[in-house]
Design a protein around this ligand. Structure first.
Ligand code: GLC
Length: 484
């Protein structure tokens, strides 16, 4: 039997380049698919940071020039095998030699326009790989199914190849002017219509991905339903409703090797399901010491690890933060993002010197230690396509308190002290005091009923966050597509 060949196309992929959950997913899904018998590979831009770190392992495959509007641009192709997965990288220092993965919005549109065209140009003979399925992720790759349709299929190329488009976050769509996109993409005018790639009169990469791909997936079953509603649809709910027959929700999993308190080397003390009480106490104490907070073992430590953007419900927290800090609790926040939020949290720390710390930074090792140290993990997202942190926190025995939306609703079940079932706390409405009152209830349970609390921790730690079921769901989709 020949293996199904899949090429993932994305702007980020761990461990090479990461700003968010997209990189985690593209970083782990291919090896999971390969473990189940597929041949899945990845292609992404060769950012400066990758070139610097992996220069010795990168193999040069070929170079060519691509015509982008009036310009002739160099496009190099490199490859590398990493932990059993084959990676390809598109090289062009003019576009990808920047300090960070993303730069300035309209320039990013041009950079990823180049990337998408370069990927299609490299497909087949140059890569020596003819995928059955091209699997694109988020707006940076949304034009690929359309470009395939416009530039290749009419000439008989890749006619049997199928496309899957995964939406990780509908909020970022890749929108630019008609003239610029016509220039960058060399698109016939028949695509520049409201039935094609235009949304409100301008080209929209996310919309193009939805319209021209054979199958659309998103990262949780609940988000897959929510995006048909105006509140979550970010203006594309109508388009999504039109194409609802091809929309599927598949929940993300975790990389269980990276997120495992039994083996996690960043922790003060590693722990498993038998000794979590001891293990968590040691990590909590170490964290209190590092943060110069009072070394109290039985005061609930509330934690939050997040990008500081409005999606994450930061406004809800700011609304009730002072009230929350009046409680007998400690709170540590880790994250970066909008300058406004960063400053609000810095100031809040000054007001609550005795029990609150704001760590306005990105730190992978600190995030591991904080997941392990915390008792309650706060994640009051306004919307959440899947969310990975709530699953990580559960695996580390840090009980999540979330707003019940998207992937949070699919993974966090409210605790019922009578039956002992459930793994966290969840409130339905975007309301700051609903969150605060639930938080007070949670802290009461923590203080007054250690037995119930331990059951809650246990349920979270023993949950199934593996990729196996989800990888199988992707395989079923690929099979269905290839049979059609
Ligand atoms: C985006 C979403 C997040 C999801 C991640 C991976 O970052 O905001 O909810 O978990 O993509 O799919």
């Amino acid at each position: 039997m020949t293996k199904t060949k899949v090429l993932m196309v994305a702007s980020e992929c761990a461990p090479f380049a990461k700003t968010g959950g997209l990189a985690d997913v593209v970083g782990v899904l291919p090896s999971q698919l390969n473990a189940q018998g597929l041949d899945c590979r990845v292609i992404m831009p060769l950012y400066r940071q990758i070139k610097e770190k992996y220069i010795k392992q990168l193999a040069f495959m070929r170079w060519t020039t691509l015509k982008i509007g009036w310009r002739s641009m160099y496009s190099g192709l490199f490859s590398m095998e990493h932990e059993g997965v084959q990676y390809y990288f598109i090289d062009n220092e003019f576009y990808f030699n920047s300090q960070s993965i993303y730069t300035e919005y309209s320039y990013d549109i041009e950079r990823f326009s180049f990337f998408q065209r370069a990927v299609l140009d490299a497909l087949g003979a140059p890569m020596n790989f003819y995928p059955d399925v091209l699997h694109c992720h988020d707006w940076q790759t949304g034009m690929i199914p359309c470009l395939l349709d416009a530039h290749f299929r009419p000439h008989g190329y890749f006619t049997d190849m199928r496309t899957v488009y995964t939406v990780h976050n509908l909020k970022y769509q890749g929108v630019h002017g008609v003239n610029q996109i016509a220039d960058l993409m060399d698109l016939p005018s028949r695509y520049m219509t409201d039935y094609g790639i235009l949304k409100d009169g301008v080209p929209n990469f996310m919309k193009a991905g939805i319209v021209y791909s054979d199958m659309v997936t998103t990262v949780s079953p609940t988000y897959a339903k929510e995006i048909f509603l105006p509140f979550y649809g970010e203006g594309l709910d109508g388009v999504l409703r039109n194409y609802s027959y091809k929309v599927h929700g598949i929940l993300n999993g975790l990389d269980l090797d990276v997120w495992n308190p039994v083996t996690d080397e960043f922790l003060e003390k590693q722990y498993g399901i038998e000794d979590f009480a001891k293990g968590k106490a040691a990590n909590k104490r170490a964290m209190q010491e590092a943060m110069d907070l009072e070394r109290v073992p039985d005061v609930p430590l509330i934690t939050m690890i997040t990008r500081l953007v409005d999606q994450k419900g930061v406004d809800l927290l700011l609304r009730v933060l002072d009230e929350m800090m009046e409680e007998d609790c400690q709170f540590i926040l880790l994250g970066t993002g909008d300058g406004y939020y960063e400053n609000e949290f810095r100031q809040a720390e000054r007001r609550h010197q005795s029990n609150m710390r704001s760590c306005i930074m990105y730190s992978n090792d600190m995030s591991h230690r904080l997941y392990a140290a915390g008792d309650i993990f706060l994640m009051p997202s306004v919307f959440e396509p899947c969310g990975l942190s709530q699953m990580i926190s559960m695996r580390y025995g840090n009980v999540p308190l979330v707003r019940g939306t998207g992937g949070l609703k699919d993974t966090v079940t409210p605790f019922d002290p009578v039956s002992g079932e459930g793994n966290g706390f969840s409130f339905p409405n975007i309301n700051a005091h609903d969150m605060l009152f639930l938080l007070k209830d949670a802290m009461k349970l923590y203080r007054n009923d250690p037995e119930a609390w331990n059951k809650l921790v246990y349920n979270g730690m023993t949950g199934d966050y593996s990729w196996e079921t989800s990888a199988q769901a992707y395989i079923d989709l690929y099979d269905k597509l290839l049979q059609s």
